[in-house]
Design a protein around this ligand. Sequence first.
Ligand code: M6R
Length: 608
Amino acid sequence: MCGIVGYFGNRRADSILLQGLEKLEYRGYDSAGVSILDNDSLKIVKCKGRIKNLRDKLSKNPLNGTIGIGHTRWATHGEPSDLNAHPHTNEKATISVVHNGIIENYIHLKEWLCSHGYNFSTDTDTEVIPNLIDYYYNGSIIEAVIKATQKMEGSYAIGVISSYEPDKIVAVRKDSPLIIGAGKEEAFIASDVTAVLNYTRDVYYLDDKEFAIITKEGVEILSEEGETIEKELSHVTWNAEAAEKGGYKHFMLKEIHEQPKVIRDTMTSRIVLGEDINLDGITISNDEINNINKIYIVACGTAYHAGIVGKYVIEKLAKIPVEVDVASEFRYREPMINENTLMIVISQSGETADTLAALRLAKKNGARVIAITNVMGSTISREANDVFYTWAGPEIAVASTKAYVTQLIAIDTIALYLAKLKNSLSDAEIEEIKEEMLKLPEKAEKILESKEVIQKFAAENYMHKDMFFLGRGLDYAVAMEGSLKLKEISYIHSEAYPGGELKHGPIALIEDGTVVIVLATQEKVFDKMVSNIKEVVTRGGKILAFAPEGHTEIEKSVHSALYIPETLPILYPVISVIPLQLLSYYMATAKGCDVDKPRNLAKSVTVE
Ligand code: M6R
């Protein structure tokens, strides 16, 4: 959470920093600020609220200078306020710092610094950083930053400028993302590449405890010991337009509509009829696969819901037992992992702190880890043994949509690959599934065309305070995702239940007018879902149901129905989630919510 940027070059830093922060605003948006070296003196402008407030403030107090750092905040320590907004400085205001992460031992450091005569004015953990650097400063800012980080525990990506050495930015990371953009006679630091794509697509991905010094001469990367590291420059394939709204009112709506394309892109070259599944980037050997006796899928939020679909699909196709866990739980229990365990971590951003910690735990215990991620160069992609990239392109809206469907495609593809090696499916069965997968983009397109039913239902029901989602098997997994989407962007309380659980408690909540969203795509349990529908209707519940085309009998029992183009049972999640995403979108817009930046949330959760 929080986004940081930095610029050094020949252009005005203020406008470049503001543009970068706008691109990173999805990472946090309760306050923002910039610090610029104006005639070698440190100037800071910061305020509570969105980047727009900062832009307004800067237009009244313009800052000259071609070197600066900026920050957009998601508060952890200290309420959102002008005072707690970054950048933070030492008392003499000679060293300025932006920080993403949490300094876990900040209380101890603060006490220690106070005992050495330092004073603090904010409630943040970050304020210890410029003061520690000040304490260690003895003529070299890079040496002082290295020494300061040796005292810091927790996670950090930081950018530092100082009036002592106004010709450089120093940056370092540990467990929080940071990239260095290398342009022509200019360079950038940023929490992710979207902030620099307008200027350069050449980036260095910093590893933990690597320090970057950005000067007019270029970028130098050093180890903790101060030795130069030769780092490879990577070229980003995303372009700046991919991170724009492209005429849509919100990023979320644009990303929902991009799903047919990203489903297709993620299958390209991997799923080809008549050819073996191609998992380039995954080097696990056939012997290793044959020795796997258990798979863990570990992730958070929407990615975790993709993992639940993964359990059903992998167990059905590849006949390997799968356990799915929320990363923040997995890392603190004692999971039974050994060299015969395969771990699949799923993370859109590739930076989620808990997922990363789970990955490290599994590797430490000898498991092989495959990462399914959308971001090349992300920490998870670099630490996993193998990577399956989802080709969803930049996902900017906080609510994940297109990343989820590509994660499902990734899971389906991996399941088929394992099934082939394990001989659990015949070649003909594999070909049939591939054939159906290749039709999914067209079917997703068709669903997007029938959004009027959803819009109408949302317009009639957005004022409800609670809603329920029901489904069985894979539909239950999708119901969980639909429920998360609704609550995170519309703030309507919602819960998802397996249809069979209804009678074990939740039915007590059904009363006249209670809205229940029912997924009934799974043929095997279709009649059971119809029974659940009856149970809800009998108690006054109002139902919006999703069933496969042809199942028009459902209309007799429900308030509204929408038909999903027919596909194989295991593939429905890829398309049945789309109307649920639209439903939450239209509910949220009807309520006037800020869809792309829901309250209290941040896109990438890089702290525990
Ligand atoms: O980047 P990741 O996929 O690791 O993120 C995981 C969750 O934080 C994320 O899916 C979150 O739940 C979204 N807000 C869901 O829309």
